[in-house]
Design a protein. Structure first.
Length: 334
């Protein structure tokens, strides 16, 4: 068998401890532990139970970070009224009621931090809406700049000063159109390669560096993933499980994205490192159509639809996700 120095042209380093800042693929011998070691950065994560939110609901979105999150609107079958105006803020531990939306809405698009949020479109059980609202950490207000056309179940990411909204339906056809936002909505040439709805907040990043995945396409659930660079959408490696109505870490990046839950199997979680989606720790229970937010290393999800039975009250449960980077491993002969 060829030796390491023959294959790589290098001798294996003999060290008393694992080095800091080792490059991916670097090999060394740890004389203290007696192990041959490899720098092989892998990502994984686990979910933990969190305090419940105040209002069970589904078909709504959330955004913001792990400690400055927000969710608003939603729907509950059998409730009176069936649609909600309620807003809840998440500080990493507890959900607190905030100011109500201007009108009961479900399926709206949200992006921005919890104290400077955009809520756009959605439905009122009759027609897709064009309404745009801003949240300042206390109350919602109308900036007077509505969507050019009604749209619901779209994805979005960014901020009040630089946001992007994409996909969705109007009223039943899947859309590919992209809109950018800086206080005024502007249609841009870049369109999704796969028209999709039921994105349920599936977007993370900025106006010029955004990623989305999944949704409901022309043939049902899709595993398509795409990145937006501020000009065009480009296909990226597919997620492993095709699904819609899943949740995403709103303030992640195109090299640190997380998707969770959604349609069957409803518990699957995947992380994206810029080159591939990797399946990791699952949610403890089925969750779709819920609120979510987070950063590149942490995420929260709350409420949503337990899927069965179809008229079951929406959940109030919440979970938080922590990403773990494993940078070294021991080389064995097995």
């Amino acid at each position: 068998m060829a030796g390491y120095n023959t294959i790589r042209g290098l001798r294996v380093k003999y060290l008393s401890a694992d080095p800091s800042g080792a490059e991916q693929g670097e090999v060394w011998y740890n004389s203290t532990t007696g192990n041959l070691r490899l720098a092989n950065t892998t990502l994984s994560g686990t979910w933990s139970a969190a305090n419940a939110c105040n209002t069970g609901r589904r078909f709504f979105q959330g955004c913001g970070s792990q400690t400055n999150g927000i969710m608003a609107g939603g729907f509950s079958p059998g409730a009176s009224p069936p649609m909600y105006v309620q807003t809840e803020e998440f500080d990493g531990t507890n959900f607190t009621n905030g100011g109500d939306l201007g009108a009961a809405t479900y399926g709206g698009t949200m992006f921005g931090p919890g104290t400077a949020t955009v809520f756009a479109g959605g439905g009122d059980n009759v027609t897709p809406l064009t309404t745009t609202q801003h949240y300042n950490g206390t109350s919602w207000s109308s900036p007077g700049n509505n969507l050019p056309n009604g749209r619901q179940q779209a994805g979005g990411c960014g901020t009040q000063a630089a946001g992007v909204l994409f996909g969705g339906n109007q009223p039943s056809a899947n859309m590919t159109a992209t809109l950018e936002y800086n206080g005024t909505w502007t249609a841009v040439p870049g369109t999704l390669n796969v028209g999709r709805r039921s994105l349920n907040g599936t977007g993370t990043g900025t106006q010029t560096d955004c990623i989305t995945a999944g949704g409901n396409g022309a043939s049902g659930y899709t595993n398509s993933s795409e990145e937006y660079n501020g000009t065009i959408w480009t296909a990226t490696p597919n997620i492993n499980t095709a699904r819609d109505q899943m949740m995403m870490n709103a303030e992640g990046t195109t090299t640190s994205a997380i998707v969770a839950g959604g349609s069957a199997p409803g518990v699957a979680t995947e992380i994206y490192d810029g080159s591939a989606w990797t399946t990791t720790g699952s949610l403890s229970a089925i969750k779709r159509q819920g609120g979510s937010g987070g950063t590149g290393t942490a995420m929260w999800v709350a409420a949503g639809d337990p899927t069965s039975p179809s008229n079951a009250p929406p959940s109030r449960t919440a979970e938080t996700f922590a990403l773990v980077s494993n940078s070294t491993q021991t080389i064995t002969t097995s």
